[in-house]
Design a protein around this ligand. Structure first.
Ligand code: SME
Length: 165
């Protein structure tokens, strides 16, 4: 079963010690706080980035045939603030209506480069009434950074976010 208290793992990195469950508890609080949508997506990006191997976190919204960057947290801004749904790993996640985990971006022809240091990427669609309305995009500077816990964890965040966006 997914949810707070279910992810266990504690990680230590440059950003200090953090566990998925601590991050999950803070996310759950803000997601259900009744705050404005932009305040919530900004917080979600900042909070997710506390996980050591999450280098850059963004939330894109589907807007017609494009994805538009709404919130992000990371060492630098991306030039890809609008991505056609036919492009990149971000576009593919919407087209396929599925999470896409890329262990090595240099081997994926769909990859659209934002940052020179990105080695792995995880893109999780956010659904409302079965349709993808947004997505969480996470870049990591570590190759093979994302495992099954990351997929389950970020999918749980996306499921929690869907109804309030
Ligand atoms: N790498 C993404 C583009 C977005 S940046 O990572 C922020 C892609 O392939 O769609």
């Amino acid at each position: 079963m997914k949810g707070v208290g279910k992810f266990g793992e504690v990680m230590a990195g440059e950003k200090g010690k953090v566990s998925y469950d601590e991050v999950a508890a803070r996310l759950q609080k803000i997601i259900h706080s009744g705050s404005q949508r932009k305040a919530i997506t900004d917080f979600v990006c900042r909070e997710l980035r506390k996980i050591p191997h999450y280098t850059w976190v963004g939330i894109y919204f589907v807007d017609g045939s494009e994805l538009v960057l709404a919130s992000w947290s990371g060492p630098m801004a991306t030039q890809h603030t609008r991505i056609p749904i036919g492009g990149g790993i971000c576009g593919a996640a919407v087209t396929e209506k599925a999470t896409i985990l890329v262990p090595d971006v240099s081997l994926d022809p769909r990859y659209l480069q934002c940052f020179i240091n990105t080695r792995a990427e995880l893109v999780v669609p956010i659904f409302r009434d079965g349709a993808p309305i947004a997505e969480i995009d996470i870049d990591s500077d570590q190759a093979n950074a994302f495992g099954p816990t990351d997929k389950d964890f970020v999918e749980w965040v996306a499921e929690d976010l869907g109804p309030i966006l």
